[in-house]
Write a new protein. Structure first.
Length: 146
């Protein structure tokens, strides 16, 4: 991996895996609630929150020690990468309070209010999780100059 000290090289893979796992959990949880399987939905959502929290802790630890990693792509990949990165970053900052509010409404069994905000939280959280994986591939795999 480029620009990353060896002792931290595994973190981008871990972070992308946690993001990808969160995305799968969110999709599965959404399917469960659509089928009326509330207990399965709850378990999957709590697992998604744990997975995303682990991601956030790992991401912050990694970037505290490594700093930012320069995107090496050229041509069309640069505006594509930065467009994805900017939207991802803005929505990642917004998703934290949205998840907390959505979770608190569910835990207090305020399901009417939970559903109202979950309609926004779910697609934004899914977007952040999926684009996190896309950013990993763009930054560390697809556009790396040797």
């Amino acid at each position: 991996m480029t620009q990353v000290p060896a002792q931290y090289a595994i973190y981008p893979v871990i972070n992308a895996s946690l993001n990808g796992t969160s995305a799968v959990l969110l999709l599965t949880a959404h399917s469960m609630i659509k089928r009326g399987r509330m207990a399965a939905h709850r378990m999957l959502m709590l697992t998604a929150i744990c997975t995303s929290s682990l991601f956030l802790a790992s991401y912050l630890y990694y970037h505290w020690h490594v700093g930012s990693v320069r995107f090496q792509g050229q041509g069309w990949s640069r505006p594509a990468y930065f467009s994805i990165l900017i939207s991802h970053t803005i929505l990642a900052a917004a998703i934290v309070p949205l998840v907390i509010i959505t979770l608190s409404r569910a835990l207090r069994e305020r399901f009417d209010r939970h559903r109202a905000i979950a309609r926004w939280t779910y697609p934004l959280w899914l977007y952040v999780s999926v684009t996190g994986v896309v950013i990993y591939f763009m930054l560390y795999r697809w556009f790396v100059v040797s």
